[in-house]
Design a protein around this ligand. Structure first.
Ligand code: NPG
Length: 368
C-alpha cells in the first residue's frame, strides 16, 4: 500500500494498581501508538518500549526520535509498502526492534483491513478464545501477594506468574503454592535479577513444582543460563535474551532454555514472532505469548498470535480490567477463564478517539 501519512501519539494510561518488577514500579503505562493512513485504509501499531531503558535498551524518548527522524521518513519515501517489506526496508538500522515492530504492525493492520482479513487468519491461528494467565507484580508483603493472587484466581485466571527478585522469591512462591494447591499452573519471572552465583539458591525453587522460571540471568548471559538449566529441575524460559527466530534456535541448541516467551515487540514484529513460533514448533519447544501491559491494540494482536498451535502454555494477555480502568479500545473481558479473540478485519478493534485525546501527551505527524 501507499502510505500517505503517519502519526505518532504518546499515551499515558493510569494502571489500576502499581506494577512492580525487579526493575522498579510503574504507576502508569506509557506507549507510543502509530497511526498510518493510506488512500483506502488506515492502521494502528503499538510500540512496547517503556519510559526508561529498564527491561530493554529501548525507551520511548529514543524510540520517538528513531521513528520520527529515521524510520517513518524511510517508509514514506517508499512507493509502496507491504507489511512483509517493513523489516527489510528498516534493516540498515541496527536494533530498535520495538520501534520497527510498531510500524510493521500498523502496516499489517492497514493491509489486512483493506483485504477484509483478520490478524488471526493472516498469522494462521485457530480458535475463538484464549485462556490467559496473569502476571502478578512484587508486593510490599507476602500476605498482600497471596490476597492478590487469590482474587485473580477467583476471577478465573488459570495460570499465575509471580515476579521475583533477590529477597522476594522462595517464601512468596511457597506461600502462593500453598494457597493455590499443587495442581495450579504457577511460574516465576526474575527479569534478569540474579547472577550465576545464585544457582544454588534458585535450585530451591524446584521444590514448588513451577511450570518454568523466566529469565533468571542477564539477557546476554547465555552460558550462565546453560549452566543453570543443567542445575535446575524447573524448566528455564528465556524472554529478554530472545531477539529473533535465530536467537531462539541458538538458545535452544545450546541448552540455555527449554521454553520460549514470544513478544512481537522484542523480536521486531508479528512476522518475526511467528517465525520464532515456527522455529520452536520445529524444535518441539513450548512457546507462550508474553505481555508488556499493552493497550487494547497490542492486546488484540497478542490474542491473535496466541492462537497459533505452538502456544501451548497460557500467555500474559490478561483482561483489560487487570491493567486499566479505561483503555483506548473497548475492553477485553475474561469470561469463563478465557478472552474472545477479535475476528474483524485487521486488529479487529476500534480506537476511541475521545479516550485517545485524553490519554495523549505528545503528537507528531508527517505526510508523504
Ligand atoms: O500482563 O502484560 C502483562 C505484563 C506481563 O510481566 C509482564 N511483563 O517482563 O514480561 C515482563 C513484564 C514486563 C512488563 C516487562 C512491562 C516490561 C514492561
Amino acid at each position: 500500500m501507499r502510505i500517505d501519512a503517519v502519526e505518532l501519539v504518546l499515551v499515558e494510561l493510569p494502571l489500576v494498581r502499581p506494577f512492580r518488577t525487579s526493575h522498579g514500579t510503574e504507576l502508569t503505562k506509557e506507549a507510543i501508538l502509530v497511526h498510518l493512513e493510506g488512500p483506502d485504509s488506515h492502521g494502528w501499531g503499538e510500540c512496547v518500549a517503556d519510559r526508561a531503558p529498564l527491561y530493554s535498551s529501548e525507551f520511548n524518548a529514543a524510540t520517538w526520535t528513531v521513528l520520527s527522524e529515521l524510520f517513518v521518513p524511510r517508509l514514506l519515501a517508499a512507493a509502496d509498502v507491504a507489511a512483509s517489506d517493513v523489516a527489510r526496508l528498516l534493516s540498515p538500522f541496527k536494533g530498535h526492534r520495538m520501534a520497527k515492530a510498531a510500524l510493521e504492525m500498523a502496516v499489517l493492520d492497514a493491509e489486512l483491513t483493506a483485504a477484509g482479513r483478520s490478524f488471526q487468519e493472516y498469522l494462521g491461528g485457530e480458535g475463538e478464545r484464549v485462556a490467559p494467565g496473569v502476571s502478578v507484580g512484587i508486593t510490599d508483603t507476602v500476605d498482600e501477594l497471596v490476597a492478590v493472587v487469590a482474587a485473580y484466581r477467583a476471577e478465573g485466571y488459570g495460570r499465575v506468574k509471580l515476579k521475583i527478585e533477590p529477597g522476594f522469591d522462595l517464601e512468596p512462591v511457597r506461600r502462593v503454592r500453598a494457597e493455590l494447591g499443587d495442581d495450579a499452573m504457577l511460574q516465576v519471572d526474575a527479569n534478569a535479577a540474579y547472577s550465576r552465583a545464585d544457582a544454588e539458591h534458585l535450585a530451591r525453587l524446584d521444590a514448588f513444582g513451577l511450570l518454568l522460571v523466566e529469565q533468571p540471568l542477564d539477557e546476554e548471559d547465555l552460558l550462565g543460563h546453560v549452566e543453570l538449566a543443567r542445575r535446575l529441575a524447573t524448566p528455564v524460559c528465556l524472554d529478554e535474551s530472545i531477539l529473533s527466530a535465530d536467537s531462539a534456535r541458538d538458545a535452544v541448541a545450546l541448552g540455555a532454555c527449554s521454553v520460549v516467551n514470544v513478544k512481537a515487540g522484542r523480536v521486531g514484529g508479528y512476522l518475526e514472532a511467528k517465525a520464532v513460533h515456527d522455529t520452536c514448533v520445529r524444535l518441539r519447544v513450548p512457546v507462550w505469548c508474553g505481555g508488556m501491559l499493552e493497550t487494547g491494540l497490542g492486546r488484540a494482536a497478542n490474542l491473535a498470535l496466541a492462537t497459533l498451535p505452538g502456544f501451548t502454555l497460557p500467555g500474559d494477555i490478561s483482561a483489560t480490567n487487570r491493567y486499566f480502568h479505561e483503555d483506548v479500545t473497548d475492553p477485553f473481558v475474561l469470561e469463563g477463564g478465557s478472552i474472545a479473540v477479535p475476528r474483524g478485519p485487521g486488529l479487529g478493534v476500534e480506537v476511541h478517539r475521545d479516550a485517545l485525546e485524553r490519554f495523549s501527551t505528545r503528537r507528531w505527524r508527517a505526510r508523504r
